[in-house]
Design a protein around this ligand. Sequence first.
Ligand code: NAI
Length: 315
Amino acid sequence: MSGQKIGIVGSGLIGRAWAMLFAAAGYRVELYDLVASQVDAALVEIRSELHRLAAKGTLRGQRSAEEQSALISGCGQLEQLVAGAMHIQECVPEQLALKRTLYGQLDVLLEPHTVVASSTSTFMPSLYTAELKQRAQMLVAHPLNPPYYIPLVELVPAPWTDQPVVERTRQLMLTLGQRPVVLKREVQGFATNRIQYAILNEVWRLVGGGVLSVADADRVLSEGLGLRYALMGALETAHLNAPDGIADYVARFGGEIAAVSASYGPTPDMRGEWETLTQIARQCDELVPLTALPQRRAAREEFLTRLSTLKRQLP
Ligand code: NAI
């Protein structure tokens, strides 16, 4: 598939990251944006980022920074972007009306072999493709930020997405070195946010209930569970944690899991819990003052870079 054309709609944070991932794998990438100056800015920023990564030794792919940069160009018209593209990655802001308008435009331009994948974090594909003629060629391919260092991509089909379209997108993601997971059907929050929110809810309840400080609640993940989960998931962890695997684990611990789970209490609506929010915000600010957020984000990126390098060395 390398050498084929990829179109990216929206050249903000995520559109730029996808452009770099596709170019690293040798695809020809065209970037389109409603705001033409965004494309110019993206091309300049991507080029300097590729050189920065090369200097640090963390550039992906076999080509040099300059070769990868040369694979990425700007495009002034949506029609031009779609023409001859095997895959369109949509990266416009998270507003349903905006996505609906854009998909309506794409619907009349699409060639039969072109797949359109949305980077959306929240909208199920049926919300904006239901009325379209070419809806069988559309699905969600949701990355995690920063996609250059986090390989997971959630593929979410609408009820009418063709199965071969899902499989072709899965194969495409693999050629980038990303690690796709396929949801068999669309579900609100996809998989990542459903699991992430379950954790966030319980951490909220533990801190709000006075059981743990913010720092200690976060340590449970960063110094405990997260170390396991950087390597393997919750189910494989359980499978390994009983002498005879997962069925044995459930036989041994199922009663305790059910009892603890029954004690969680109602799902919090964080917007209305002012006391807990004030408390958590104060402690978060002690942990990382608002003025230090940019440095802490940079440290996270550095950490993720090293972790992804280390993970690639593991069997
Ligand atoms: P952004 O605001 O950085 O970039 C969006 C770009 O789209 C802007 O350059 C804007 O000018 C352009 N745009 C707006 N309307 C357009 C149109 N009709 N046609 C072409 N271009 C248009 O947004 P960001 O953060 O890159 O998000 C894009 C998508 O990726 C969203 O759906 C978001 O949910 C998803 N996403 C974002 C993540 C994040 O951490 N920011 C993580 C994973 C997914």
